[in-house]
Ligand binder design. Structure first.
Ligand SMILES: C[S@@+](CC[C@H](N)C(=O)[O-])C[C@H]1O[C@@H](n2cnc3c(N)ncnc32)[C@H](O)[C@@H]1O
Length: 407
């Protein structure tokens, strides 16, 4: 048995002096708005597993790290009903907590399971050697993907996809997650021609990119790219300890408004980020991933909430909060991250909207007591303000986290 590599990832020391920059009035008294650089603005500071897959609208692992360490102890249960790429669950597991993760999109489970059940690089290499990716095949009946992939690359991808349909042990699932991360991007480490890493762009847009750059997709061997990426994702080690805790964690694919397999009074802390008011199109933006994983999005459409209607959004958040109330223990905490969005020609701070829900009679008043609102300010934000640059005032660049206690 080989000794486990010593973890090389950082344990962050979140030292900060928070500044109160305002307050939100509520019938239960003013709620302080605290601002600071609560966690580092530097990139890629935590375990390399976190950076396996790009996912639209994901938060930095430092965010759950901050709240998990502040509010729970080892052995506690930490949940995330809007799991995305599984950032909260993975950080909970890394910190010796039990993770409960959920998302309405099965892609969440495909990406998160392998991260909390990592395998060895030797296992990945051996498995990749044993799969025959060069089997000949007729591409005529397949989805037309020649704007993204060279025919040889596409053939290898289809062979891998077929293999993964009937081979599902932890190594296979890890390979699948790594393959998902390589489907489209801008460097030669990806399988596709030059494209966007975070979103799957429509075929027409990819055709335009190829035209502008004057290129056709070149051959990108699948096997070597998977092994190379797996090596970098596994470089921080600690696989055995992470997978032991990963096995105690639970991942589900259900609507956050109805987490029926989660027990009542079972979660100590939730750190989550729901879809913002009409910011991201989770169907379109992941269409290549859905294709590769054979996920039928027509069934998802009714449940995945993407709305530009404020009232509908508030009802959705309120219903999700009611379910969070049910699964949290009494005195348990909920950290919910939202942003600022453009709504009807103005900037709307969704933290204020969420706070208002907690005391509105129409929306289950009295289930939560809001403690404070955290606004993560970062160096680039401060700079942007000095130079009067608006990059941080129009999008959803700031993290606004409402911390509340389940009554
Ligand atoms: C802002 S993202 C979460 C990103 C996550 N915090 C991360 O770091 O990866 C919101 C997620 O909510 C999911 N979602 C949308 N509607 C949902 C619903 N009704 N129930 C559960 N999840 C839903 C989307 O699929 C998306 O992954």
């Amino acid at each position: 048995m080989t000794a486990q590599a010593k973890p090389r990832f950082n344990i962050l020391n979140h030292t900060h002096k928070q500044t109160q920059i305002g307050q939100i009035e509520s019938p239960n008294g003013p709620i302080p708005k605290l601002s600071d650089e609560f966690w580092t603005a530097k990139q890629r500071q935590l375990h390399s597993l976190h950076y396996a897959v790009s996912y639209r609208a994901s938060f930095k692992p430092e965010l759950p790290d901050f709240f998990i360490r502040k509010l729970t102890k080892p052995g506690d249960t930490v949940g995330d009903p809007f799991g995305g790429r599984g950032t909260t669950v993975l950080q909970a597991v890394i910190l010796d907590r039990r993770g409960m993760g959920n998302d309405v999109n099965p892609l969440f489970e495909r990406i998160t399971y392998p991260k909390i059940n990592p395998v060895s690089i030797e296992g990945v290499e051996e498995r990749m050697e044993s799969i025959n990716l060069s089997k000949d095949r007729d591409l005529s009946g397949e989805e037309k993907m020649n704007m993204f992939y060279h025919p040889e690359t596409y053939k290898e991808l289809l062979n891998l996809r077929d293999y993964l349909k009937s081979n599902r042990d932890d190594i296979d699932r890890f390979l699948e997650m790594i393959a998902i991360s390589r489907l489209h991007g801008h460097s030669t480490g990806f399988f596709s021609a030059y494209s966007f890493p975070q979103i799957s762009i429509p075929k027409e847009n990819q055709i335009k990119i190829n035209k502008t750059r004057g290129v056709e997709p070149d051959y990108r061997e699948v096997k070597t790219r998977i092994i190379k990426k797996a090596r970098s994702v596994l470089k921080d080690g600690d696989e055995r300890r992470i997978s032991e805790l990963g096995r105690k964690s639970v991942l589900t694919v259900q609507d956050a408004r109805d987490l029926r397999t989660w027990k009542s009074n079972s979660v100590n802390l939730i750190v989550t980020s729901p879809p913002f008011l009409n910011q991201v199109d989770y169907f379109l933006d992941n269409w290549i991933e859905h294709w590769f994983c054979d996920i039928d999005i027509s069934k998802l459409k009714e449940r995945l909430v993407q709305t530009a209607d404020l009232d509908e959004w508030m009802q959705f958040i309120s219903d999700s909060l009611a379910e969070a109330y049910r699964v949290l223990v009494k005195g348990g905490m909920l950290a919910i991250e939202v942003g600022e969005v453009r709504y009807q020609g103005r900037i709307l701070n969704l933290d204020e909207t969420v706070v208002s829900l907690t005391w509105a009679k129409r929306f289950n008043a009295g289930q939560f007591k809001v403690k404070e609102v955290y606004i993560q300010s970062q160096e680039f934000t401060k700079l942007a303000h000095c130079f009067n640059v608006k990059n941080n005032t129009l999008g959803t660049n700031s993290n606004r986290i409402i911390l509340m206690e389940r009554i």
